[in-house]
Design a protein around this ligand. Structure first.
Ligand code: PHE
Length: 339
């Protein structure tokens, strides 16, 4: 009997199965009610008294080994079966689909593009790394012009100057060089200025600049377009233009919208005046047109430029510009938009 038990033990130890059916057959054969072990235990009563202890232990060991074998193979097979199944447990609650959200800068940029595209403006883009001509000289800002100081520039190379564009007016220069009037385009993009970072200013921000060139374009056209924009964008219908200076426009103006003084926040953001500055604008200086080979005797145009962050801060009442760049999901997931 001892030999028989040892042989069976070897068989059990070397057993393996690749299906649950095979494991079950093995279980019935060894551990079932008419199985091998059952028979051996039945014969146990015939074992001589002197051998009972040894044989008894061997039998128990055999049964435990068989049981363990069945359990290990079974759980291994069941584990891999779950993975292989396409649908898994159909009663399990569905996993929620996390919807991403667009960055507020993108939302506001797309809104601005949408408003202007409805009145015929196309979108133009250009490089962030610019040469002196497109960022300054062509825009009536020759070398040593004091107004260059208005835009603290990050230079990459000197002589000839290569720099990070300080405004997307550079894109407008490129556009005018390649296209004949009538021109109606807006240029959204990232711009760079060597400024101290604070709650209101950042060294990297975004702009949308607009340009319209045709015959007989007047300041009244500019004003009407800006009024249309502020109505669509903010739902506000009162604007004012304050005289200002930009080298590339003449005359130039700052655009203020009447925000109102209804809430405490209105008082705070308008410093008690009700008015908010939102962009710069003006009639394209004839020198700029000459620089890009457009005849200023025949054509005139207007241009305007605004910071997207500033508009977004007003629309969403965001108190600190730095929040746009920190990528804190608690901030970002508050902005859901289809645009
Ligand atoms: N380029 C100007 C700036 O970045 C904005 C502007 C554009 C002003 C067009 C007037 C006309 O400050």
């Amino acid at each position: 009997m001892k030999d028989q038990i040892n042989r069976l033990l070897e068989d059990i130890n070397s057993f393996n199965a690749d299906t649950l059916d095979k494991v079950e057959a093995f279980r019935i054969n060894y551990l079932g009610s008419k199985g091998v072990l059952k028979q051996l235990f039945a014969e146990f009563k015939n074992v001589e008294a002197s051998q009972k202890k040894e044989i008894g232990q061997a039998l128990n060991n055999l049964r435990n080994t068989a049981t363990e074998k069945v359990n290990t193979i079974k759980s291994a097979l069941e584990g891999s079966k779950k993975e292989a199944k396409v649908y898994g447990d159909l009663t399990r609650p569905a996993e929620s689909i996390e919807l991403g959200s667009r960055h507020p800068i993108s939302i506001v940029k797309n809104q601005i593009i949408d408003v202007f595209s409805r009145i015929g403006f196309t979108v133009s883009e250009g490089p962030e790394i610019e040469d002196d001509w497109h960022n300054f000289t062509a825009l009536n800002l020759p070398e040593y012009h004091p107004a260059r100081d208005m835009q603290d520039t990050f230079f990459i190379e000197k002589d000839p100057d290569i720099l990070l564009r300080t405004h997307t007016s550079s894109v407008q220069v490129r556009y005018m060089e390649k296209n004949d009037p009538p021109i109606r385009t807006i240029s959204p993009g990232r711009v760079f200025r060597n400024e101290d970072i604070s709650a209101r200013a950042h060294c990297i921000f975004h702009q949308v600049e607009g340009l319209y060139i045709d015959t007989n374009v007047s300041f009244a056209d500019l004003k009407q377009t800006l009024l249309y924009f502020t109505k669509e964008m903010f739902g506000k219908s009162k604007i004012r233009l304050r005289p200002s200076y930009f080298p590339f426009t003449e005359p130039s103006a700052e655009v203020d919208i009447y925000w109102g003084l209804e809430t405490e926040i209105d008082y705070k953001i308008t410093k008690g005046t009700g008015w908010l500055e939102i962009m710069g604008c003006g009639m394209v200086d004839p020198n700029v047109l000459k620089n890009v080979n457009i005849d200023p005797e025949k054509y005139s145009g207007y241009a305007f430029g605004m910071g997207i962050e500033r508009i977004a801060m007003l629309l969403y009442q965001i108190p600190d510009i730095r929040m746009f760049y920190e990528n804190d999901v608690r901030f970002l997931e508050q902005f859901k938009s289809v645009i």
